[in-house]
Design a protein around this ligand. Structure first.
Ligand code: URA
Length: 286
């Protein structure tokens, strides 16, 4: 008789299976030999049960609004945002020798550079492995993040955690941050001046961590980092380059909560990221 799994593990497994089901992956096998090849330490608690990677079997439904359309294979050159007054994001982001995350946090201080400071409870600087090979960039903190001072801890954050774990990683293996470090009131999109003030800190974070891959979650993150006003649907899922690093934009987990049918697209994007990082992406008959 096989031993029963402890209840907490059963619950975790069942959540994970539900997530795989959501993203359209239906079959599973046990792979005791599966390895994770990131330099960054990965959890020894990585699941033994790996998904069989197949095309998601979800109905191909056009999600609402302007989000998914087929990404153009030739869209590696992005149109710049109309020039803002003052220095561009890139000029503003000076490279600081021997920069560190604690120094960047110290320089940010008790920030009052933009109006978001008036309504925030906590600055949400970022969280995770300072030497991560993979950095996720979101838009800005929501209410839960503002309350806890940590990125992606609300509903969208839980989905992001599931996505990270589906990749065979844990949150502590990656670094998670946002374009703006303070919550925009009523979860509105961050405004241009707020992004301009905050993004030099984001760029310093990225330069300092020096990840192999950056994943931008949603259009605000992608448009800010790439300095483009093109819709994310034009370049989602494509490999782009940013300051010598590979960058991929995909849909924001909050968008996926509203449009679960897009989870399959995001999973395909994440599989490309896994392949780039040397994480095991196993196919059924390989
Ligand atoms: N959405 C984001 O973009 N960032 C967070 O930290 C949480 C939700």
């Amino acid at each position: 008789m096989p031993e029963r799994l402890p209840e907490t593990l059963q619950q975790k497994l069942s959540d994970r299976l539900r997530y795989y089901d959501d993203i359209g992956i239906g079959g599973f096998y046990r792979d005791r030999g599966a390895t994770l090849c990131l330099d960054a330490p990965v959890s020894t608690a990585a699941p033994e049960v790996m998904p069989i990677i197949e095309e998601p079997s979800l109905p191909k439904r056009e999600p609402k609004s302007a989000q998914p359309v087929a990404a153009s294979a030739a869209s590696h050159k992005l149109e710049p945002v109309p020039a803002p007054s003052g220095p561009s994001l890139f000029e503003a982001a000076i490279r600081i020798e021997n920069d560190t995350l604690p120094l960047i946090r110290e320089n940010l201080g008790d920030c009052t550079r933009c109006k978001l400071h008036k309504t925030r409870k906590n600055i949400v600087f970022g969280d995770g492995n300072p030497k991560a090979q993979l950095v996720f960039v979101g838009e800005g903190p929501g209410a839960d993040e503002d309350a806890q001072g940590l990125p992606f801890v609300g509903r969208a954050g839980k989905l992001l955690t599931q996505m990270i774990e589906a990749m065979g990683l844990q949150r502590k293996d990656v670094y998670i941050c946002n374009v703006v470090k303070c919550r925009p009131p009523e979860n509105r999109q961050p405004e241009k001046d707020e992004v301009m003030e905050c993004s030099p800190f984001l760029l310093r974070q990225i330069d300092t961590i020096a990840p192999k891959v950056i994943v931008c979650l949603g259009s605000t993150a992608a448009q800010t980092v790439l300095q483009t006003n093109r819709g994310i649907s034009h370049f989602r899922g494509e490999w782009l380059e940013f300051r010598g690093r590979k960058l991929m934009a995909t849909y924001h987990p909050a968008y996926l909560l509203r449009n679960p049918s897009a989870k399959g697209e995001v999973w395909k994007d994440l599989q490309k990221v896994m392949a780039e990082l040397g994480l095991a992406v196993k196919r059924k008959n390989s």
